[in-house]
Design a protein around this ligand. Structure first.
Ligand code: DAK
Length: 260
């Protein structure tokens, strides 16, 4: 399905979704968010796609934020609707039953940083710059930044980044845990694809259940999270993948997972 602001490509079992509004540094306006949602749902429903990579078009930017021109005239009710639209798209990405890797190829600011935060794993180009500059515009992060950022980097660091609006480079982002890996700009997509292919080669029921266990467990106290883990761990033993994975190990061969 063709989109105006998103490009979808498939590389084997990996779906690559490129946000494509480079003239505005891929800023998220309503049309981009609507295309992003439809594209995510297309990849979600495509059984041949096991892992998704999200990146930005052009060399300069992943996503430079929510579109400031769109938001400028908002009143309180429109701002609430706008927050709900973006939040629901990002929550859909976070809860997608497939792993999502953000390949952060440049600016990831405001809503762009929040989009990366909603992905499972973040790989950044050494040229990337990340931050939550919203307070400089008289607003606060509205696409989950005040919630996901402290959960990832800790309360103090999240407050520093959000209160100062400071932009940080990829290396510092890695040091604080905001990104998982930094690679040269030319190697970014290959690194993201390599990781995606590795994940795609594993038992997909197990990967899916691990994602659910981590996401749900992080919102629980430890004892409840551990109990929840036991439940999803047990579920694996009802799958063909578990039988095949362990049989292959014992027979000293590579597993042939079916995702069942
Ligand atoms: N929105 C709209 N257009 C943007 C944009 C953005 N976020 N970022 C860049 N652009 C546009 C520029 O206006 C420019 O357009 P033209 O003038 O060429 O038409 C084009 O992209 C190229 O940008 P620059 O000429 O500025 O490029 P530079 O290399 O000089 O600077 C920059 C790059 C990324 C440092 C700069 O563009 C910049 O500071 N951009 C804004 C970054 C920013 O502040 N991002 C956060 C946006 S606020 C909420 C819901 C959501 C949010 C908040 C609340 N609720 C409803 C509660 C989220 C908010 C945000 O994300």
């Amino acid at each position: 399905m063709p989109y105006e602001y998103v490009i979808i490509e498939r590389d084997g079992e990996v779906g690559i979704l490129t946000i494509n509004r480079p003239k505005a540094l891929n800023a998220l306006n309503r049309e981009v968010l609507v295309d992003l949602r439809k594209a995510i749902e297309e990849l979600r429903d495509d059984d041949t796609v096991k892992v998704i990579i999200i990146t930005g078009a052009g060399e300069k930017s992943f996503v430079a934020g929510a579109d400031i021109g769109t938001m400028q005239p908002f009143g309180v009710q429109e701002a609430r609707d706008w927050a709900r639209l973006g939040q629901s798209v990002l929550t859909e990405i976070e809860n997608l039953e497939k792993p999502v890797i953000a390949a952060v190829n440049g600016f990831a600011l405001g809503g762009g940083c929040e989009l990366a935060l909603a992905c499972d794993i973040r790989i950044a180009s050494d040229q990337a710059k990340l931050g939550q500059p919203e307070v400089g515009l008289g607003i606060l992060p509205g696409y989950g930044g005040t919630q996901r950022l402290p959960r990832l980097v800790g309360k103090g660091t999240a407050k520093r980044l959000i209160f100062t609006g400071e932009m940080i480079g990829a290396e510092e982002a890695r040091e604080i845990g905001l990104v998982d890996m930094v690679v040269g700009a030319d190697e970014l997509m290959e690194a993201a694809l390599k990781m995606a292919r590795t994940i795609a080669s594993k038992g997909q029921v197990a990967v899916r259940l691990a994602k659910i266990a981590i996401n749900r467990g992080c919102d629980m106290d430890l004892a409840s999270g551990i109990a929840y883990e036991a439940e999803v761990f047990a579920e694996c033993f009802a799958t063909e993948d578990q039988k095949e994975g362990m049989k292959a190990f014992l027979e000293k061969r590579k597993p042939r997972f079916t995702g069942k």
